[in-house]
Design a protein around this ligand. Structure first.
Ligand SMILES: [Zn+2]
Length: 116
């Protein structure tokens, strides 16, 4: 190849590089626009409501008592015979057991909860 052809080839390569840089700049613009649309969509989406705590336990409080005296599993058959029950979380079950409530003999609450 003579110098003329080498210069011509070099000029073509430089042209190709400029064209590709322009194309890359356009793609960067499209990416920035898509990112903005995503941020706007996320900002317009209301936050999910906080998950309600799982109530897998039931506390039984007799009419004449001030606080629960028994803790049952939510599906315990014994609790259905008792009207004064309310659903509680595991944390509440542990707290009530620590305060003197007893674990049901019928449903034998989960060993993951410290039952005495
Ligand atoms: Zn029970």
């Amino acid at each position: 190849m003579n110098d003329y052809r080498l210069r011509e080839e070099l000029e073509k390569l430089r042209f190709l590089r400029r064209a590709q840089l322009q194309q890359l700049k356009r793609v960067d613009g499209w990416i920035a626009a898509a990112q903005k649309r995503l941020r706007d969509a996320e900002a317009a989406t209301p936050p999910a409501p906080p998950a309600s705590p799982v109530r897998e336990w039931v506390a039984y409080t007799p009419l004449n008592a001030r606080q629960p005296v028994e803790i049952h599993r939510a599906h315990c058959f014994v609790k259905f015979a008792k009207q004064q029950t309310r659903a509680i979380t595991t944390a509440e079950a542990v707290q009530l057991l620590g305060m003197g409530a007893v674990a049901c003999e019928g449903c034998r609450p989960d060993p993951g909860v410290s039952v005495g």
